[in-house]
Design a protein around this ligand. Sequence first.
Ligand SMILES: [Zn+2]
Length: 295
Amino acid sequence: MQSEIQRESMLRRGLIDETGARHRRVLLRPLTGWQEATLGTSAGGVDPWDADAVLAACIERLGGYRDVVPDHVEALSVGDRARLALTLSAMMFGDRLWLTVACPNPACGEPADLQVSLAEVLDHADEAEPEWLEVATPDGPARFRPPTGADERAAAGDDAPGPADMRDAALWCRIVARVGHRGPLTREDWLALAPASRQAIALALADAGSAPELFFASHCPACAAWIELDLDPIDLLVRQFRLGADRLLAEVHSLAFHYGWSEDQILNLPRSRRWRYIELLRNQLEGRSLLGPWS
Ligand SMILES: [Zn+2]
């Protein structure tokens, strides 16, 4: 059983405030029972605002900020947001993930297990990344930064529906500050760059490793076909809470039944304390000592 300790970690980019100061050190706290229950029973896809709210609720402190709100999370890079979601996932559900994926071979379709260690995925996350990335392109030196949640959201909602390359361009012109003498860029400017320039920038962004590597590959044990999986950390976190929803309900039921506590009182307990009472109850019902084996 995991203990309910807060976990400190470092973001690679962090929050950059109006003065240009960076806030990279983050202290995470587990969700309350109420937050677990709300997330576990939510239906459908994950609204990005909900994801920001969940991550903000789990941040005890971010650099100099004590009251972290969803707007702060939205301003973090896509890589840092992924890192936060994975750290929270490891903190609440353990480091090892067992994922079951259906084999993509239409003649097979057998389920295959993929095992992922979140600690390995989060490795090397401590180094600060440069605030601006630079690369030489046929159109001149380019200066750009990794996208944030706000960039992705603005680009997705920008003048949609439009051709896919115009929507991509909306994201690129938010994050590319300059190419040669041009900058800031309009979408038309971005599309007017040499294809080799756009490719150089995209490759340099991927190589900068600002986001954790979330692509996993394995072989199907039945037919040896390649199985590929692209992990979405926010989606993973919400799915874990949904899987835990029935268990949480059973825990509330047991504690309410045996102690006569209200749902509100039980969900206000920290998870570690809730689990400790469940353990005591189990020991009592099974006639074991209420104290640990060490006593
Ligand atoms: Zn197969």
